[in-house]
Design a protein around this ligand. Structure first.
Ligand SMILES: [Zn+2]
Length: 111
């Protein structure tokens, strides 16, 4: 089955989404509170995800961004493939039940 092969080839993965944040520390004299040309600190990268009903947000250091983005993409692929698998399983199950129902309703010819 093609789906199974593809699923087995998925590498490191993790659920979630990345967002960029900027912040102002509000310290006097800092560039972020400059009255003329304020420049906030950032970007900071935040990763948000929920697992088993609990949502979490954590910061991601810039040097891990590439790796994390790759893991997020792998997880999306995983989700797509498992959804396809479930859809196929449902179809197959439905077809089998229908087949069994038809077989049961057919008059039996034993003679
Ligand atoms: Zn500042």
């Amino acid at each position: 089955m093609k789906l199974k092969t593809e699923l087995s080839q998925i590498g490191e993965m993790r659920p979630g989404s990345l967002s960029q944040q900027y912040s102002a520390c509000q310290k006097r004299g800092c560039k972020c509170v400059d009255p003329v040309k304020p420049k906030k600190h950032g970007p900071f990268y935040q990763l948000s995800y929920s697992h088993r009903g609990k949502s979490t947000t954590q910061f991601v250091r810039p040097q891990f961004l590439t790796q994390v983005r790759r893991q997020l993409a792998a997880y999306k692929r995983f989700k797509t493939l498992t959804e396809e698998w479930v859809a196929l399983a449902l179809e197959l199950s439905k077809a089998k039940l229908e087949e069994a129902r038809l077989a049961a309703s057919k008059p039996k010819r034993t003679r």
